[in-house]
Ligand binder design. Structure first.
Ligand code: TYC
Length: 113
């Protein structure tokens, strides 16, 4: 990020550069669904509708993407919300004896900007 500072050698006054953010925007996290061989497709679609507020068409597309590629993005959220979504997936999965796994990862690269 733009942390360059200009120093006036006479006064010692240090001006923060204009590009430095006054407030940091919260980092966002992708919530990922992982494929498995046992969780029913319709269960994953319903979960995407209830937990991730996807409509039936979006939910079906995401489920099929995970089924075909092994992993997929259910949604992007701030850290606390993403953690809650992951926990909700695991709760629903355990309650229905499904091995479904969710995880989260930062949306932006650590060293970007
Ligand atoms: N592969 C599962 C099946 O064939 C469906 C599935 C999709 C499971 C997505 C998990 O995250 C998942 N019944």
């Amino acid at each position: 990020m733009g942390n360059r500072e200009k120093s006036n050698s006479d006064t010692g006054v240090v001006l923060k550069s204009r590009t430095e953010r006054k407030t940091k925007r919260p980092r966002k996290y992708r919530v990922l669904l992982h494929n498995d061989d046992y969780t029913p497709m319709d269960f994953v679609v319903r979960l995407l509708q209830t937990v991730f507020h996807r409509n039936e068409s979006e939910a079906t597309q995401i489920m099929l993407h995970v089924h075909n590629h092994g992993i997929g993005v259910a949604g992007v959220y701030t850290h606390e919300i993403a953690e809650t979504k992951v926990a909700q997936v695991h709760m629903h999965a355990r309650q229905n004896d499904c091995p479904l796994v969710a995880s989260m990862e930062p949306e932006d690269d650590e060293d970007a900007e």
